[in-house]
Design a protein around this ligand. Sequence first.
Ligand SMILES: Nc1ncnc2c1ncn2[C@@H]1O[C@H](COP(=O)(O)OP(=O)(O)OP(=O)(O)O)[C@@H](O)[C@H]1O
Ligand SMILES: [Mg+2]
Length: 243
Amino acid sequence: MLRLEVLSCGYGEMTAVHKLSLEVPAGKITGLLGANGAGKTSTIMCIAGHVAVHEGRIIYREGDITHDFPMVRVKNGIAVVPEGRRLFSSLTVKENLIVGGYSRPKENSREGIDRVMALFPRLGERLGQLAGSLSGGEQQMLSIGRALMAQPQLLLIDELSLGLMPKIIDICYEAIVELKQEGLTILLVEQSTQRALEMADQVCVLESGQAVWKGSAVEARNSLKLIDALLGLSDESKTPARI
Ligand SMILES: Nc1ncnc2c1ncn2[C@@H]1O[C@H](COP(=O)(O)OP(=O)(O)OP(=O)(O)O)[C@@H](O)[C@H]1O
Ligand SMILES: [Mg+2]
């Protein structure tokens, strides 16, 4: 579905991701792990077209999208659930969803909203409420819902569970499983190694912008010590990069 070919990207002179090669297979969940500043968000936002490519290529459904505008990528089926959610807090839940569907015909809106409400019934009860007044968990549901309104084939999720209560994380993960069953391809950045390994089919670990480990989630579970070491979680003298 998606292939990053020795991709380097960054901000001005600064390269945040170095020569990353990664295959994201259709219908699977690929987990992207790494400590703070490893380059996870930069990778996601580069795929979406918001971070400049320095070298390499982004191949999506066998087409080269490296230089496509972000809007073109959305139309072609790539949607992002961004870090920090970035909702329009002074718009209602329904309005945020409608904005998420801007790349699709207006008449698809109703169907899209129904689908999001079926996935997250809580949002259905709050359609007229301002996004800024939602709880953190509801905001994350809305952020996922807004991305789904673009009718994506590839969903990029940056930090699904960060700052959420376990019960809400479960709801979000159940939704992700359902979406995978519907055939969606997912690239998932996750701060919880355990959650990522429960969910993902394959995993890539980034360190200082470089891929330092790639493999199936089964292999990752068997190499948990190695993965933790790569994430800086095993050395007790250090503050864990992520808890
Ligand atoms: N807008 C920006 N301008 C300049 N440098 C940036 C910008 N955003 C990120 N960086 C730098 O790029 C590198 C990778 O950051 P990035 O946000 O991709 O990491 P991350 O893995 O998502 O980290 P976190 O776990 O904290 O979200 C870091 O060194 C960071 O300081
Ligand atoms: Mg990030």
